[in-house]
Ligand binder design. Structure first.
Ligand code: MLC
Ligand code: AMP
Length: 488
């Protein structure tokens, strides 16, 4: 990780980041992040792993703040710009954040809970501070907490070190042949690893150029691809779905040519339907390289850059990643075609869940991380079959806990019981749906959705809510979600 900063000092005048018309060099990034680090330090010599929230729109200031926190010896906690006040409250209290770096134009600042007594530092003010000497950091220094949902009601904080992050980056630089001549559009949110590691840190590690487009907008992405000399593109399947819809409408040759000319197009964070893979190839001639990753481990499996890119498969282990499959009885699966949970080892694997030692312990077996994803090996490539837990939903590339949404629904006095599940969806992969039983007949599901959206980011709000007389249950009185699925 610390090599990221050493390398930036070598790349100096090369363009690191482009935001609209402005270009910023590696030197600018280095100097501004040192000034930010100095300001965050104040009269301290080392932030000693102080957790600092990042709530910044995705532009140059985000990168300056991230590097500034790291250089000062702090732990960066990137926060979701779409988070509601109660969601931010959880991230802030769970990771013990006392300071948040934000920017003046960041509208989302208003969602920061007032009760938290938080110091908000605006990056425009702090990066003017004079530079001072910075702490010496080792690779085992903790660097980042990313919140991800899972089989707990509230999202868990995944804690990684500089060493973990560097291992995650270098594996991808090697496997996907990143070079200083690369140019990538950054369209993904910067509170998850797909955006932070794959779209941001990998190119910065090699001296390449990133155009921060401020998020995904299908027309803007197509315009950019048509006009600029991009080489690499990475996105979630939902984005490819939207691009296909757009390309099927447009007749603009420059857009098709822009996509055709990229050297590498990748997809991950959720299953890429083989139909999308094939349609994209038919439209642009590009065979999407699908890979598999997870917040806790970075990227783990990938189709080959110079070999087969098989629709529906996630390929083979990335450099330094050890993978094995285990069946339900905990025995290693060695035969091709047999199904098992993916277990994983390597230098990129996280250190633990914030404040959850028991969950951390339960997530490992003899030093192997238990991913909860089920796969099969076929002709040398892994193919994912799904997740062990029915309560984990992936929608638009976001991981969602059914339990978190059930908790929110149950706060509504009109709801007696509820069960949240995923429904397959062509565009989003899965969408969140809920079945409820009610205390009062006068409930409007649209009102209930609006009520949920006060507490939950938009993508977590149930898209369909069915009111039932009773929920399907087994003999023990537990809701049988597999039966419920048949009703949607
Ligand atoms: C939004 N909408 C949804 C939805 N999200 N509908 C159903 N399900 C969802 N999940 C609706 C909105 O209500 C709105 O409806 C319309 O879609 C447009 O909303 P939007 O928010 O403007 O959508 P858009 O900006 O197009 O966002 C789509 C997206 C975004 C795909 C760009 O979801 C995204 O950035 N996803 C990436 C998440 C990510 O980075 N995951 C990586 C995790 S790391 P209306 O009616 O108002 O128009 C990880 C590890 C690894 O997984 O392997 O990488
Ligand atoms: P997250 O916790 O947000 O990092 O999400 C990680 C999860 O995303 C993994 O455990 C998988 O379930 C899923 N995932 C990532 N990449 C893929 C892929 N290529 N195909 C299917 N699922 C994927």
């Amino acid at each position: 990780m610390l090599n990221l900063f050493k390398k930036a000092d070598i790349y100096k005048d090369r363009t690191a980041i482009q935001c609209a018309e402005d270009e910023f060099s590696y030197l600018y990034l280095s100097e501004k992040s040192v000034a930010t680090a100095s300001c965050l330090l104040g009269d301290q010599e080392d932030l000693e792993e102080e957790r600092i929230g990042l709530l910044i729109t995705p532009d140059i200031n985000y990168v300056i703040a991230l590097w500034g926190i790291w250089k000062a010896g702090g732990i960066a906690v990137p926060l979701s710009l779409s988070a509601k006040e109660s969601e931010l409250e959880h991230y802030i209290s769970d990771s013990e954040i006392r300071r948040i770096v934000s920017s003046k134009d960041c509208e989302e600042q208003k969602n920061i809970p007032q009760s938290a007594g938080m110091n908000i530092e605006n990056i425009e003010d702090i990066s003017e501070a004079p530079s001072m000497s910075l702490p010496t950091l080792s690779n085992d220094r903790k660097a980042m907490i990313i919140y991800t949902s899972g089989t707990t009601n509230k999202p868990k904080g995944v804690l990684t070190t500089h060493g973990n992050i560097e291992a995650q980056i270098t594996a991808l630089v090697e496997a996907w042949k990143w070079t200083k001549d690369d140019h990538i559009p950054l369209i993904l949110p910067l509170h998850h690893i797909h955006g932070i590691i794959n779209s941001l840190c990998c190119p910065l590690f090699v001296g390449a150029k990133i155009s921060m487009l401020g998020g995904f907008d299908v027309d803007n992405v197509c315009k950019e691809i048509a006009q600029s000399n991009y080489t690499v593109f990475t996105a979630v399947p939902t984005i490819y779905f939207s691009l296909i819809e757009n390309l099927e409408r447009t007749k603009e040759p420059a857009i098709f040519n822009g996509f055709k000319n990229l050297r590498l197009m990748m997809s991950g964070s959720a299953a890429l339907a083989p139909e999308i893979h094939k349609k994209w190839e038919a439209l642009t001639g590009q065979k999407i390289l699908e890979r598999y990753g997870m917040t806790e481990v970075g990227m783990a499996l990938s189709n080959k850059i110079d070999g087969e890119r098989r629709p529906g498969a996630v390929g083979e282990p990335l450099p330094n990643v050890e993978i094995k499959l285990e069946d339900e009885t905990g025995n290693e699966v060695t035969e091709e075609g047999e199904i098992g949970q993916i277990l994983l080892k390597g230098p990129q694997v996280f250190k633990g869940y914030q404040n959850l030692p028991e969950k951390t312990k339960a997530a490992f077996k003899d030093g192997w991380f238990l991913t909860g994803d089920v796969a099969v090996m076929e002709d040398g490539y892994y193919r994912l079959l799904g997740r062990e837990s029915i309560d984990i939903i992936k929608s638009g590339g976001y991981k969602i806990s059914a339990l978190e949404i059930e908790d929110v629904l149950l706060k509504n006095e009109n709801i007696k019981e509820c069960a949240v599940i995923a429904k397959n969806d062509e565009k989003w992969g899965e969408i969140v749906v809920a079945a409820i039983t009610v205390n009062s007949d006068s409930i409007e599901t649209k009102e209930l959705q609006e009520w949920c959206s006060k507490y939950l980011s938009g993508y977590k709000v149930p898209r369909i809510i069915k009111v039932l007389d009773q929920l399907p249950k087994n003999a023990m009185g537990k809701v049988t979600k597999s039966d419920l699925k048949k009703l949607f």
